[in-house]
Structures are given as structure tokens and as C-alpha cells.
Design a binder for this molecule. Sequence first.
Ligand code: IPE
Ligand code: IPE
Ligand code: MG
Length: 237
Amino acid sequence: MSMENYEIPRHIAIIMDGNGRWAKKRMMPRTYGHAQGSKTVEKICEDAYRMGIEYLTVYAFSTENWQRPKEEVDTLMNLLRDYMKDCIKTSKKNNMRVRIIGDITKLDTDLQESIKKLEEASANNTGLKFQVALNYGGRDEILRAAKKFAVDYAANLSELDAVREADFENYLDTAGIPSPELLIRTSGEVRLSNYLLWQLAYAEFYFTDVLWPDFDKKELQKAIEYYNKRDRRFGGV
Ligand code: IPE
Ligand code: IPE
Ligand code: MG
């Protein structure tokens, strides 16, 4: 498929869903699906960048995912540990800038340190801007933003009547990052699961039955093809 005549979204957000079902279909433990899913992320980062996508934001672990069995949560955290370490090398190789969104203060301190190292090491890279949502919840993000704003307000740093949406956005984890034009969710579920509630206000939504470990460049192209068929009216006619 040639992408030549397509408008490429500047920012794509992905809910990477279906790892567990992918593994179950193969009579394997759910954790095997997560391991496979993390390989898919790496490939998609490279494909997205080659296609001209500037920003990619993926949902890796939600504020609700702590409710899963401890063994699964531990495996996911260990995969994320490995990912943060490996990614120092791959981000250098691919010139990729990595940022974590979500409340990382609730993560183990070693993982927090790996995250800081990765963010610092990749901060000046000029290729794909890659955001990983980790212990992320849209409502949690907005509430944390409101609290940070309140602290500034109490210190008289802002004039309440003059505060615009763009000013409030600076308190979100995604400060400085443009809103996604396209959201992709794999695995057939048609819901937001608390993802980027503020930022997706005017995104186009693409849902596919493909399970995340099976998602590839062709599937990404299909989503972009769908996006190009949409008529984005933004409340106009
Ligand atoms: C998505 O796959 C990955 C995470 C939520 C961490 P799931 O683990 O939700 O897989 P399914 O939805 O149970 O198949
Ligand atoms: C959303 O998937 C979170 C991530 C992909 C990290 P879930 O599988 O946790 O969402 P629900 O529970 O089906 O809504
Ligand atoms: Mg799921």
C-alpha cells in the first residue's frame, strides 16, 4: 500500500489491547502475550517514524490495571523495567525521544530512576516523539493538573479569568505535545478505558479486531487510510 497520497496524522495515540486473548488463543499464559506485545511496540515505533508520524503515544499500564492479579502486575512491571533499560540504546539508534506520562511516583523507585535516565538520555533526540502512558488515567491526570494549577494560583501566579484551555494544558502530563488526531484501539473493544480524556476531545477513533501482538505496519496503514476518509468538521458544517 502506498501512503503517498495520504495525509499522515501528526500524532497517533494507541490503546494496545488484546495481549491476554492473543496468548490464550495459543494456550499460553497471559504474560506471554505481554512479552510479545512489547516487541510489537518497538516495531511500530520504527514504522510510524518512517511513515512520517511525529508523535506516538501508547497506553502501557492504566491506573486501573493494578486490580489485576499480582503475578500479572509484577510481570508487566518487569517488562517495563527491561523496556526502559533497552530503550536507552534503541532511542539512541533511532534518534527517538521518549517521555512517560502518568503518575510515576507510585512505581518502584528503581523503575522511576530508569525512567528518568531514559528521558534524560533521549531528551535531545529529534526523531519520533514517543510517549508511554504508565500508571496513567485520564481523570487522574486532569485531577493532578488541577492540583498543580491550584498551587500556582494560591501563589498568585495566575489571573483566574484570563486562564485559557491552552494555559491549563500546560499542567497536563502532555504539556507541549499537540493533541492526537487519531486514536487506534486494537482487540475489538470500543471504549476509552480512561485514556487521554482531555487530549482526545476531537480525535478520530479507529477500532480494529486485530489483537495487539498481531498489529503491524499494514494495520497502521489501514488506520491512516480510514483517517483520510473522515470529514473532520470540528463543530462546523
Ligand atoms: C493490553 O492487553 C495490555 C495491558 C492492559 C497491560 P490485555 O492484557 O488487556 O489483554 P486482554 O484485553 O485481556 O486480551
Ligand atoms: C486499557 O486496556 C489499558 C491498556 C491498554 C494499558 P484494558 O484491557 O485494561 O481495558 P479494559 O479493562 O478492557 O477497559
Ligand atoms: Mg484488555
